[in-house]
Design a protein around this ligand. Structure first.
Ligand code: UDP
Ligand code: MG
Length: 310
């Protein structure tokens, strides 16, 4: 086990990345061999529909450093990250995208920081790469909210992180079904340092995120960290109460002064406003109930159908 005490496990979630597997592996291998970093690579095939899994197995037969896990279907990147952490045997683990958008060139530096005693080395985005201005605005808004609710500055956070075994074990103890790796890895604490990196362009394949899936991702992660949206319901209730006092006084005044028949528009508007506020409130509460429902069922985060090299 002497060798394992310095081993770096690199966890790479891969979903339909057939053309990236080989290239990513060889790029990392060259850099880490030059820097004399002992490593293993754990590809987690997240239910890909293309040749991703056969390519991983092919590589794993050729190179001992390659290990692979394949999910029975697409469970999402977060699940893939946790499956990788669970299967990793290294003294530290690094999470990295399969499309080389997280530059492998900074890995030796992250590893060195770990050797210096840091337990969490966070890759932070010094630039967000090329994305639409709308995407940047939405992402900034999301990270502002999530930073507030987690009380961890997440504005430039990414999944590109190196974690010491102790931090990995702490993360794996968390029982939640829908973990948000990027925030939880900061939430667990430990001696942390950030290392800025520039997000590279994806050269092969395309991003797996649509606008809609990003919105769902944002809502899921905000509600997994905070009950604040439910306080919005209470706030709206108080706001409506205030409005009802004002309008109530006005109506009573009109009633007693004999001009009570007016106000049809007000009634319609009130109906519509109260109706929408009630529905939105029910929706927010319903969302939390469905999250509780998901958690309480206690289904596994992922199901592994195949392994290679493990
Ligand atoms: N990914 C995954 N499961 C998914 C979606 C994505 O494992 O359901 C992986 C994907 O293969 C890649 C990483 O997560 O290695 C980041 O995905 P992508 O490049 O599509 O995201 P972006 O860089 O656009 O945020
Ligand atoms: Mg990408």
């Amino acid at each position: 086990m002497q060798e394992n005490s310095k081993l770096l496990s690199i966890i790479i979630p891969a979903f339909n990345e057939q053309d990236n597997i080989q290239r990513t592996f060889h790029t990392i291998r060259q850099i880490l061999n030059t820097a004399l970093v002992p490593f293993e690579i754990l590809f987690v095939d997240d239910g890909s529909k293309d040749m991703t899994w056969p390519r991983i197995c092919e590589l794993s037969r050729e190179f001992d450093e390659i290990k692979g896990i394949s999910f029975s279907r697409n469970f999402g990147k977060e699940s893939a990250i946790f499956a990788g952490l669970e299967a990793a045997s290294g003294a530290c683990c690094l999470i990295m995208d399969c499309d080389l958008q997280h530059p492998p060139a900074v890995v030796p530096e992250m590893y060195r920081l770990w050797l210096d005693g840091y337990e969490v080395v966070e890759g932070t985005k010094s630039s967000r790469g090329q994305e639409s201005p709308f995407h940047t605005v939405c992402a900034k808004g999301f990270y502002k909210i999530i930073s507030k609710v987690t009380k961890v500055n997440m504005s430039d956070a990414s999944d590109f992180k190196l974690l010491d075994r102790r931090a990995v074990d702490a993360l794996l103890l968390l029982p939640e079904r829908a973990p948000f790796f990027r925030a939880l890895s900061s939430w667990v604490g430990f001696r942390t340092v950030s290392l800025p990196f520039e997000v590279q362009e994806r050269t092969i394949g395309s991003s797996k995120w649509s606008m809609w899936s990003l919105v769902k991702y944002a809502i899921r992660n905000i509600t997994s960290f905070s009950g604040a949206p439910m306080q919005v319901v209470t706030f709206l209730g108080w706001l409506m109460l205030l409005a009802s006092v004002v309008l109530g006084v006005q109506s009573l005044y009109r009633y007693f002064s004999g001009t009570a028949l007016e106000g049809f528009t007000t009634v319609i508007l009130l109906q519509l406003i109260i109706g929408s506020v009630l529905m939105i409130s029910l929706g927010i509460i319903g969302h939390y109930i469905s999250r509780i429902y998901d958690e309480i069922k206690g289904r596994p985060r992922y199901i592994i159908s195949k392994r290679c090299g493990l």
